[in-house]
Design a binder for this molecule. Structure first.
Ligand code: COI
Length: 350
């Protein structure tokens, strides 16, 4: 059931301490935004609905439920220390959603519609954007094919909606596990799309890793089982002993917006050599001084060891490295408007 959100009606009080000890978990806030597409109407004007108790009504025959036409995004709004609310690179998320939609033959929402949706959700839920030291407000734009159907073909009806939740840190563990029995994606597959099914395929390997005390799986390429791809929901970087920052080239991995931000910060703020290329697991184990993973949810976490073929290999001296910390600090300071934003990444919402 969906109830239109009325910004003039009184809101239920927030529980005392709601923003203490935030985790990366769903919390029901005040409002989410939704619109529909059909060939007859195109994208209908979107609007806000109450998030508390909201349920989507879908036909049991809806495409998303079994052919899996579903793509999504993740981006964050931050409250700066001067009290502004800002989004980080929302246009890039809008463009990536369109690219993911194209890969799955879905109707892509226009960039402006995406921006209207995310800003409306942030404005309506401004009281849920935590103070900078407590967390951030995570936005989840979702596009799903909803036409009731039977034969395999693209849906002719879509829902595009955006919900949000205050969040704290995601993952944060430092030990990774390489599993040679599974791959996340194949050459020319859907690995570069933020497709819901890509994550479903990672759940069993993730459970195997977590049951053994690792934070996540580090996937290798499907062709040679040798070149690093990424984690379930984060991109991988290594800093070699000669100081070069290396990350796997795009292709079958997610073109991460944090990945791109880190490459840019490394090159343009620190003047480091930063390259995107094939990165073999052996090279990392033998020649990396530091390693880390990055993502919107994960931000940047150091990798201190990688288990490969049953052996835990320390990275560098086995403790978090100083250059990863420099990159993390710079990224956070730019996001919070505490360092100049040379690229127009930060968009003020208030
Ligand atoms: C993100 O980092 O925003 C993602 O969507 C990854 C997800 C696994 C939490």
């Amino acid at each position: 059931m969906l109830r239109p959100f009325d910004p003039t009606s009184p809101l239920p009080p927030q529980e005392a301490g709601w923003d203490e000890h935030l985790r990366f978990a769903y919390m029901e806030v005040d409002a989410f935004w939704l619109t529909r597409w059909t060939p007859q109407t195109g994208w209908e004007p979107g609007r806000l609905y109450e998030q508390r108790g909201a349920r989507l009504e879908l036909s049991p025959a809806a495409n998303i439920l079994y052919y899996g036409q579903g793509v999504f995004e993740g981006l964050k709004a931050f409250r700066t220390r001067s009290g502004k609310i800002v989004l980080f690179r929302p246009q890039d998320n809008a463009r990536r959603l369109r690219a993911s939609a194209a890969r799955l033959a879905m109707e892509p929402p226009p960039v402006d519609l995406f921006l209207e949706a995310v800003t409306s959700v942030v404005r309506a839920n401004a009281r849920w954007v935590p103070a900078p030291e407590k967390g951030s407000f995570y936005l989840r734009p979702v596009l799903i094919g909803t036409e009731p159907m039977l034969g395999v073909r693209p849906s002719q009806e879509y829902l595009f909606y955006v919900f949000g939740s205050p969040v704290g840190p995601y993952m944060g563990g430092n030990r990774l596990l390489v599993l040679s029995s599974v791959h996340r994606s194949a050459p020319y597959g859907t690995g570069s799309a933020k497709a819901a099914g890509n994550y479903a395929g990672c759940l069993r390997p993730q459970k195997i890793a977590r049951d053994q005390g690792y934070v996540d799986v580090l996937y290798l390429d499907a062709r040679e089982d040798r070149y690093i791809e990424e984690l379930t929901g984060a991109n991988f970087f290594a800093i070699l002993k000669d100081g070069t920052l290396v990350t796997p080239a795009l292709g079958s991995i997610l073109p991460g917006i944090t990945r791109d931000s880190i490459l840019t910060i490394a090159r343009e703020i620190f003047g480091w050599i930063a390259v995107e290329r094939k990165l073999a697991i052996d090279e990392v184990l033998n020649d990396a001084a530091e390693a880390f993973y990055v993502g919107t949810a994960a931000v940047l976490s150091p990798v201190t060891s990688i288990n490969y073929r049953g052996v835990d290999h320390p990275i560098g001296d086995g403790s978090p490295g100083p250059r990863a910390q420099m990159l993390r600090q710079a990224l956070i300071e730019i996001q919070l408007q505490e360092q100049p934003d040379l690229w127009g990444w930060v968009v003020e919402v208030t």
